[in-house]
Design a protein. Sequence first.
Length: 138
Amino acid sequence: MNTTTLSRRVGLLLAGVCGSGLVCATELVYTPVNPSFGGNPLNGTWLLNNAQSQNDYDDPDLKKSSATGTTALERFTSQLQARLLNQVLDNISTGNSGSLSTDAFIVNVVDDSGALSIQVTDRATGEVSEIQVNGLSQ
């Protein structure tokens, strides 16, 4: 035998013995990403945002309802109606009855010796709702 082949074989044997001690193997464990299937709950927001960024569907009903928005006049009218209704209800504490009429409804407020009666009439349907509160003292 040649000394070079002998030294190669010895070298390969030593490399195999030394290398086998460094090799470690463990069991493969699958960890899901989706929190619905046992993954980390902190991944939920990232997954949802990723899915929404890929969604190219536009709901036509959503566009119809949100495209118009409210104008400055509609907001002013709504705030004015709320203010007037508050004023009518504040007048109850002084013993005065009141009424408020708008395009959408009619509100009648009557205080009868501590028994408050609020009658709301929907102008579109004609439906009447009555709220009665007893035990109010002046």
